[in-house]
Every structure is written in structure tokens, then in C-alpha cells.
Design a protein around this ligand. Sequence first.
Ligand code: C5J
Length: 225
Amino acid sequence: MIAIDAEPFAYTFPPDKVALIVIDMQRDFVEPGGFGHTLGNDVTRLQAIVPTVARLIALFRASGWPVIHTREGHKPDLSDCPPAKRLRGAPSLRIGDAGPMGRILIHGEPGHGIVSELAPIDGEIVLDKPGKGAFYATSLGDDLARLGATHLVLAGVTTEVCVQTTMREANDRGFECLLVEDATESYFPAFKEAALAMIRAQGGIVGWTAPLSALELAVATETVS
Ligand code: C5J
């Protein structure tokens, strides 16, 4: 077992049963002209975590542990996008409309892609999800069962929407979840802090949180001992 100095108490995981889920590090959320920007958000906060997420992915790759990337988006005919989702948000540019990076949140469009710094490599699962949670209408549950994963480390954007929804879904399914504090971000600093606090409150009612440095230290120490 590897033990990480985390909140609300140490997070321990068996190295052969852990997987990393990187949520929606897509151009549509992180770059100007994408979905997040059209909703009126400042995307620079999200851009700032890209190097930290890259370090986290590198740690998992170097350890030989599975990395799963998710992408929020919809089919070109929008058959998997409920009108309730499409019609909310910015009235000027909605899901499926043509934006500076192609059609907003549509499979295969430039904006739908993962930022180049975090590009998946061969063998990594890339999961397209139509909802905020990564378990809804996807193969994630089956993928994790096939991998034998019982412990999930989470990162990505945005903390209080897709990341927290996925973590709650995972928690309800019995996974032990750790959210890496500096590898997740929100357009709203107060929402990020509130989400982290909610996750670890009441004895870790949704799971644990820790900075990447704590994970790196635990893995390095484990390797040496
Ligand atoms: C949002 C996400 N915020 N990936 N999606 O709409 O968090």
C-alpha cells in the first residue's frame, strides 16, 4: 500500500489497483473561444493547471498505472444532447453552434480535443461522455472493472461540475477517490474551495484531497523502500 498525506486523513492505495481519471482537459474549456469562454468565463485559471496535470499524468505513466482521459461532448446530430442542456447557457453561442474552434462541444471538432500538452498516448482510454459525470452513458464502469481498479485519483476541470459529479458517482459505486487539489480548477475560486471542502467534510464523505507534491513524495518513498 502507498500512503499519501491527505485530508481528512491519509489516503492509502494498492498500486496495482489504482487508475487516474483526467476530466475534460479540452480546448473547449481551457482555451479562449471555447465553450467555457462563451459562457463568459476567464479561462486563464484553467490554463494555469496544465503543467501540474502533465506532471500527474507523467507520474502515472512512469509507474505503469492506467490513465483515463474524458471529453465532454456530443454527436454532430445532437441526439445525445438534451434540449435542457443545449438551451441553457450563453444565448449567443450554444452547444452545436459554430465557434472559433469549430462547433461547440461536438465530437471531432478542434475545440473538443484535449489540449496538446496533455495528449493521450497509445493504450490510454479516451472516454467521450455526454454528461457532467463520467459514468453516465459511458463504458467507464466496465473499463474500471476490466482494469481491476478500486482506487481512483482524479484531476481536471471544472472542480465543482464534471470533476465533482464524477467523484460522487465513483464514490457511490464504492471506489476510494482522491482529488489532486492543484490539478483541478474552476472558473470560480470560491466554488473550487467549496467543492474541496464538501468532498473531505464529515470524515471524507465523498473522498480525499491532497496536493500533487504529497502524491509524488509518497510514490518516491515507496519506490526507494
Ligand atoms: C462544464 C465540465 N463545466 N467539464 N463541464 O460544463 O466541468
